[in-house]
Design a protein. Structure first.
Length: 259
């Protein structure tokens, strides 16, 4: 590129950047940034106010290397919880960003049931913070699917929105149709652990046209909330039955027994 062309290119780039900043300022005037948790004014979009941020209870190391549950301080990296030793899950690892309480519960409720898709980017960023090791060890990202009847009623699958955002922000291939919920299940809310497990047994499969995308791949399975693990356990078994090399699970929030 000649000197004059270089100058013009830089000038054009500067004009585009200026136009972008002006467009952003105009958007902020028309739609001022609001906290995703409570609606109070904040300095940037896709953010929380200080009070709602303090309401997030992050799950920090040390955690069980498999289940991602908190362990006592001072436990070395790679340690396992008693639950992981007694009943190893079919997935290789699981991580969650937060406890399902306070601000995290409020964000999930708005995101899942109130059409608040603007929560996607913030939640995905927090999931990436918690699951960077799992992301690095995976090839594709797959959402836990909704049955078609529930998808029509809800209009979108919150797990798919999170998986898409993670795929966009990483090198993982987003494979939204890799897993299908082949029968309608009852809402898991309010069911006992044994009822939850029975409810989703045999509920998932990998469609024939998608099996080549799963076979031999290291899968990152994404959902919004982990409660008893019955859903991701059933989904993991389906993925492995159709050739996934291994499965890791990343969720935004999880219920813990001491929560």
């Amino acid at each position: 590129m000649h000197g004059k062309d270089t100058i013009e290119a830089h000038r054009a780039g500067g004009l585009r950047a200026t136009a972008g900043r002006l467009a952003g300022q105009l958007a902020d005037m028309l739609l001022p940034p609001r906290c995703l948790g409570c609606g109070d004014a904040v300095v940037a979009h896709d953010a929380l106010c200080a009070s709602c941020w303090r309401g997030l209870s992050f799950i920090e190391p040390p955690v069980c290397d498999v289940m991602g549950t908190p362990l006592p301080p001072g436990v070395p990296a790679g340690a396992l919880s008693a639950a992981a030793i007694a009943a190893p899950p079919p997935y290789a690892q699981l991580r969650a960003a937060c406890r399902y309480e306070g601000t995290a519960r409020r964000l999930v409720t708005q995101f899942k049931y109130a059409d608040r898709l603007e929560c996607t980017r913030l939640i995905a960023r927090l999931m990436m913070r918690a699951g960077h090791d799992l992301i690095a060890a995976s090839d594709i990202v797959v959402p836990v699917p909704l049955h078609w009847s529930r998808l029509i009623a809800r209009r979108y699958n919150q797990a798919a929105e999170l998986a898409r955002a993670l795929g966009d922000a990483t090198d993982l291939a987003y494979v939204p149709m890799a897993l299908r919920r082949i029968r309608a299940t009852r809402q898991q809310v309010g069911l006992k652990p044994a009822e939850r497990a029975l409810n989703v047994t045999g509920a998932f499969s990998v469609p024939e046209q998608s099996r080549h995308e799963v076979a031999g791949q290291r899968v990152l399975l994404v959902d919004d909330v982990y409660t008893t693990g019955s859903t991701v356990t059933a989904a993991t078994r389906a993925l492995k039955r159709f050739g996934a090399a291994d499965v890791r699970v990343l969720v935004f929030a999880r219920v813990l027994d001491d929560a």
